[in-house]
Design a protein around this ligand. Structure first.
Ligand SMILES: [Fe+2]
Length: 296
């Protein structure tokens, strides 16, 4: 069972492993911002909603990774609520198996095929600066990078739910590698979020923050440190992806499990794309092996 925590005005959050925003429309009716994994966590979430007598009218999404929408189909069928999501992102909520494509670009090995939640129909999409739902106006803030079209969701209380744009400093110290679809987009989003002044920032993983600048600075430096470390390896001699992974798996202490390996590889390839887009590295071929080499 999770707890319901007050933030400001009508804005609360449930402290599940993925923080879930709650905007109260009345004593009992509410709008959720993101949900959590299917299975046990959804059981805990449903028990929490019941404990606090909360009736869900809508679910809004920052982005569509399974730890943010795994409960949607259960909540939608129980409360007959609507679901809103950013453009592009909604396709994963309706087709959770597409998540495989984030780490594996064909039908996956059975070893890495995961069980996904049942898809849920998304009722409306938002890509503008603001949108109305259940007679309440929410604003959005573009936070592309971690996913293709992630959005910060801002409640009328000036509280922003930032999805996975940044991690808590302590959490990032232990994780080190945070998945990004597009590193350049992630850096741009972090920098523009740093120049905002919302009352409270709620990351999906970590504690609410009133001042976000130091945390964002740490996240930016961590991404740049990871990119520079890869560049330093490549600078010494051209290297292929498998050889690079064999070095980085040890440095980042990646578990020798196919799924974990492929997720780490996706993190690394996004950093390689970033370096190539920055004209710091180029792709070459040596004896049929594709390698990364410093740009002349
Ligand atoms: Fe995510």
């Amino acid at each position: 069972m999770f707890s319901l925590n007050h933030l400001k005005g009508n804005t609360y959050y449930i402290d599940a492993p993925t923080n879930i925003g709650v905007y109260k429309l009345s004593h009992n009716d509410c709008i959720l911002i993101d949900t959590c994994y299917q299975g046990d966590m959804t059981d805990h979430l449903l028990a929490t909603l019941s404990k606090y007598n909360l009736n869900v009218k809508s679910i809004l999404h920052t982005h569509a990774h399974v730890d943010h929408f795994g409960s949607d189909s259960y909540i939608k069928s129980k409360y007959s609520c609507t679901i809103g999501a950013p453009k592009v992102e909604y396709t994963y909520i309706e087709n959770p198996q597409f998540t495989n494509l984030l780490v594996f670009n064909t039908s996956p090995f059975r070893k890495v095929s995961r069980s996904y939640p049942t898809g849920a129909k998304v009722d409306y999409l938002y890509d503008e600066n603001s949108f109305d739902v259940n007679d309440v106006s929410f604003s959005t803030f573009p936070l592309k990078g971690h996913s293709q079209n992630q959005k910060g969701i801002i409640t009328p209380d000036n509280v922003i739910f930032t999805g996975d744009t940044f991690l808590d400093i302590e959490e990032l110290k232990s994780v080190k590698l945070l998945y990004n679809y597009d590193v350049e987009g992630a850096l741009d989003s972090l920098k523009s979020l740093s120049n905002t002044s919302y009352s409270i920032y709620i990351p999906s993983h970590g504690s609410p923050l009133e001042d976000v600048k130091n945390t964002i600075k740490y996240n930016v430096e961590n991404l740049q440190k990871n990119a520079n470390m890869i560049f330093d390896i490549i600078k010494n001699s051209p290297i292929g992806l498998d050889e690079l992974m064999s070095i980085l798996v040890k440095r980042y202490k990646v578990t020798e499990h196919a799924t974990q390996y492929l997720i780490a590889q996706a993190c690394i390839t996004s950093l390689l794309s970033y370096l190539e887009n920055q004209d710091r590295i180029k792709i070459i071929f040596e004896n049929g092996v594709m390698k990364f080499s410093p740009k002349d």
